[in-house]
Design a protein around this ligand. Sequence first.
Ligand SMILES: Cc1cc2nc3c(=O)[nH]c(=O)nc-3n(C[C@H](O)[C@H](O)[C@H](O)COP(=O)(O)OP(=O)(O)OC[C@H]3O[C@@H](n4cnc5c(N)ncnc54)[C@H](O)[C@@H]3O)c2cc1C
Length: 303
Amino acid sequence: MPRAPRASHQVIVIGAGIAGLAAAAEAARCSLKTALFDDGLLGGLITNVGSIHGHPDTEGGTGADLVNGMLGAALEAGVDYQPGAVTALDRQGDYWRLTESSAPNVILATGAELRTLGVPGEAELTGRGVSQCAFCDGGLYKGRDVAVVGGGDAAFQEALHLATLCANVTMILRGLKPRARPAFVRQAADLGNLHFRWQTEVRRITGGDGVDAVQLQELNSGETESLTVAAIFPFIGLVPRTDLVTAGCHDGGGLTVDQNMHTDQPGLYAVGAVRSGHGGQIAHAIADGKTAALAIWMAQSTR
Ligand SMILES: Cc1cc2nc3c(=O)[nH]c(=O)nc-3n(C[C@H](O)[C@H](O)[C@H](O)COP(=O)(O)OP(=O)(O)OC[C@H]3O[C@@H](n4cnc5c(N)ncnc54)[C@H](O)[C@@H]3O)c2cc1C
């Protein structure tokens, strides 16, 4: 009787953001043969953040340093890191198969993309005044007026950074209350060059070689305003990258999981920003990754 083909790994982690790096390192430390794939921006969303908040080990440190440290730890633990996008994921028999690799367990850590505004002018002016990285592009607008859209932690964090460089920063919020942590809101309220437009939406971004202005609409009165700015930075939430999984387990946003980060498909786990109910911070992403890796190890060792 022909022998069933062996899997190349015991665990495959897709995505080397914070959740994937934590999952892969933990799995390898449990002596599980682990592969880790990433499609380019190693480290994911946190990589370009210049000053991390809310995580004790890394308070005020850079995202790049955190990612480098976590990658070093994963490699040292024996993770087989393979740069490259995973484009298909199929379950065949007892294994999940990628093009050249296979494993009984896959930890999906594909994270999320920053949501865009979807208004006229945004796509055309991206890279010429529309940016989603204040730490990368803020220096280009030194001494000028800029706008930030959103009311969560990321929007406030980036606006506070821009306020150290730019003449004026206007935050545009749809609601009346920010969702950001109180320390960020207090810091922002104390700055003379940080201004707010509450209950306001961006309707259009105008410009030529760069951004000239944003057209705003106050939601209660319907009144419109043209705000002259050289750049606009939207931080209005995340869109989970779930495209590798077509069946089951979506809840319309991220992937639904149980307390072990297991989806409703055999051997398929989802961790970090790709899963529904992700806490939003790197501490949550790390905890998710470790939880999935340990659940796989426990299942293997009791088999
Ligand atoms: C501007 C900003 C500032 C933030 N600041 C803080 C902070 O100060 N403190 C804090 O605790 N949190 C902060 N966060 C939140 C934190 O960044 C996220 O919670 C965390 O990074 C999520 O990690 P993740 O690994 O789940 O996803 P991601 O960071 O999105 O990583 C996913 C990775 O998977 C890769 N990938 C996706 N699809 C594929 C594929 N098909 N094949 C191979 N690879 C793939 C991506 O390229 C990426 O590298 C911030 C977020 C933003 C946006």
